[in-house]
Design a protein. Structure first.
Length: 432
């Protein structure tokens, strides 16, 4: 059996090309915009991308309102006000946020609260701090009799302390454009104009299939050489973290027909398939046995861990379009490293419009380490308070607990055989 070997960069390009057509295939769906929906399903809001422009159905603000607490006045009536000659005006009913609009009698001032509608006839608000007295009168029936008054010690410009109708957005104007990622401000402005749903790009649905005669669901009873399945939840969590929807369907078998049945059943609703395990050159490689005959390529990437890889397209489950399949090795560290290296930024970009690259920096190694010259080795580690990187665990692909205790991935590229203590290496932060 001849196994093709390629570089990490070449395989990254191949996976990118495989998933590239998905951008045009995903379609759209409606996202209900409401606090109740957000609280019940927070993940359904994270990183959503508008598929259509949203036009403002109303002016925002919908009416001219007060920018602060103070008195609504006619500015022309205060033209001669000064500290030496304050202008006094009787006080009428207060206007609170949510009150109906009403008229301001000529010669009067109206107490007005922030957000309250400006009464007809008024064209400015004088902040309460600039009035005499610098506080509101108690609300009593005397307000309508003219017994209470307020004095002003300076003129006020027309439009002062007002939020003009439509000053944020006018009815019919583009509120948000297609391609916008919906964050807190965007959801707020959608709700602010009364819209209750938005057309967004549908998220990719990823079918995650961990394979192996030996794996069993956590919590079940193990016999013989069986092990608990850590890959299903691990890769499903990684898929969900980047904004995709994960569907988990393990294949507890080394029978190719069983795997093909799962694929045939899940293909109709999937956008991408990730298989884990069964992709190497052993005697019982279920993924390879099932998928190589129908067009999936299996090869070796010059990377440790994560060398055995597969990718291609299959047409199953009544689909008319081919289904991209990416195959990872079965050792847990190999599988998660493979996701980091080949799928994480691509799936994130499909789901949220952003590639979600890891933060990459250079840092000094705390201790010397050897590497294989012909492989891009990826070790796990953490940074100390001084910024130096300590390796956690060895290079082996089964050391998942060491990965779980790590905060960075340490990259030792092809051609590097040894890095001395104090030498700089590239690290990717994985604790963000």
């Amino acid at each position: 059996m001849i196994v093709t070997t390629r570089s990490v960069e070449t395989h990254q390009d191949a996976v990118r090309m495989l998933l590239e057509p998905l951008s045009d295939r995903l379609g759209v769906e409606r996202l209900t915009v409401s606090p109740a929906k957000l609280i019940a399903e927070p993940a359904s809001f994270r990183g959503r991308i508008l598929a259509q422009d949203i036009l403002a159905p109303i002016d925002l603000p919908r009416f001219t309102n007060s920018q602060m607490d103070g008195y609504a006045v006619r500015s022309s009536e205060l033209a001669d006000a000064s500290e030496n000659a304050p202008v006094a005006r009787p006080v009428t009913h207060p206007i609170n946020a949510g009150d109906r609009e009403r008229a301001l009698p000529v010669g009067w001032a109206a107490p007005i609260m922030t957000g309250a509608p400006i009464p007809d006839g008024a064209d400015a608000v004088v902040p309460i701090e600039q009035c005499l007295p610098a506080h509101f009168h108690p609300v009593t029936a005397r307000e309508v009799s003219g017994e209470l008054s307020v004095s002003f010690i300076s003129p006020v410009e027309p439009g002062s302390s007002l939020r003009a109708r439509g000053s944020d957005v006018s009815m019919g104007e583009v509120l948000l454009r297609a391609g916008t990622v919906l964050g807190p401000a965007q959801l707020g402005v959608i709700a602010g104009v009364g819209i209750t749903n938005a057309v967004v790009r549908r998220r990719p649905q990823v079918l995650v299939i961990a394979t192996g005669h030996e794996i069993r669901e956590p919590g079940s009873e193990l016999v013989g050489g069986q092990i608990f399945d850590s890959n299903s939840i691990m890769i499903a969590a990684a898929v969900t973290e980047v904004g995709c929807t994960a569907v988990v369907w393990p294949c507890y078998s080394d029978n190719a027909a069983d795997l093909l049945h799962i694929l045939d059943s899940g293909a109709a609703s999937a956008d991408v398939v990730i298989t884990i395990g069964g992709a190497s050159a052993g005697a019982r490689e279920v993924v390879r046995d099932a998928l190589e005959p129908i067009g999936v390529e299996f090869l070796h990437v010059a990377m440790q861990p994560g060398g055995p890889q597969g990718l291609g397209e299959v047409t199953l489950g009544g689909r008319t379009q081919p289904l991209p399949v990416v195959c990872f090795p079965g050792n847990p560290v190999s599988a998660l490293i493979s996701f980091e290296m080949f799928l994480r930024p691509l799936l994130a970009e499909l789901a949220t419009g952003r590639p979600l690259e890891r933060t990459k920096t250079m840092a000094a190694l705390a201790e010397a380490v050897d590497s294989l010259a012909g492989k891009h080795q990826i070790r796990r580690g953490h940074r100390d308070d001084g910024g130096s990187v300590h390796l956690v665990g060895g290079a082996s692909s089964h050391l998942l607990s060491s990965y779980a205790a790590s905060t960075v991935l340490v990259h030792l590229p092809v051609g590097v055989t040894r890095v001395e203590a104090g030498d700089d290496v590239e690290i990717w932060s994985i604790d963000e």
